[in-house]
Design a protein. Structure first.
Length: 74
């Protein structure tokens, strides 16, 4: 497992766990980003991680991305 900050751009990953602060977790839930989901890392911008989730694109701040652990999608 690795943090979302340390993954390869273009890779597909499964979210294993998220240990973010309550405000960040609420935002994740609003965007239906949950443990067990498959996401694609489409880029990085000023340290933020850009995820592809279905037909949406979400930017995750670098501090929050450190607290999200993922594994390679197989």
């Amino acid at each position: 497992m690795q943090s979302l900050n340390d993954v390869t751009i273009g890779g597909t990953y499964t979210i294993q766990w998220m240990m973010c602060d309550p405000h960040t977790m609420a935002a994740m839930n609003n965007h239906e980003l949950k443990e067990g989901m498959t996401v694609r890392v489409v880029g990085q911008f000023y340290g933020n991680v850009i995820l592809g989730v279905g037909d949406k694109r979400l930017a995750i701040g670098k501090e929050a991305a450190k607290d999200i652990k993922v594994s390679s999608f197989t």
